[in-house]
Design a protein around this ligand. Sequence first.
Ligand SMILES: [Zn+2]
Length: 183
Amino acid sequence: MTRMKVGGFADSRMGPFYLLAEETVCLDTSFFDQMDRKLGEGGDFAYAYVIAHEAGHHIQKLTGKTDFVHSKKGRISEIEYNRLSVRLELQADFYAGVWAHHDNENYRREHGVNRLEPGDVQEAMNSAKAIGDDTLQKNAGQRVQPETFNHGTSEQRMRWFNRGLRTGDINQGDTFSMPYNQL
Ligand SMILES: [Zn+2]
């Protein structure tokens, strides 16, 4: 069994990311300060969501999805490669939703109440939205260009997170088989 590591960070402009070569989730704590200040998204669950998304990338390393996508680099068009990246990112969002589902179940078993409060999911959704490529591009004053997305639109990210949250079933997250325009 491989263990997911959590480590330090390289550059405060990068935010959290998954360092493939070392199978490590890197968390830049100033990113969370930025979330508070710039995006107006505080809240524990929003942080947990961002971390769970990165942990989702670790799962993809273990299942071979990441290596599959990377193996296509340079062998397919840039647009096609971007689309594969979107599929990867949406699956990481889905896994974050699956985690949230089970975390809440465990908590409820132990404490008899839900850990997730009604506002929590919306908060995480807002973070996904704030981090979604279309929002990032708009904030940068650019025209939104779907062909350059590599995380998926905010709407797609919310949909896949919600699917994970609703089902809690890791097998419902196949973002690779369906036609791209149905993601
Ligand atoms: Zn990601």
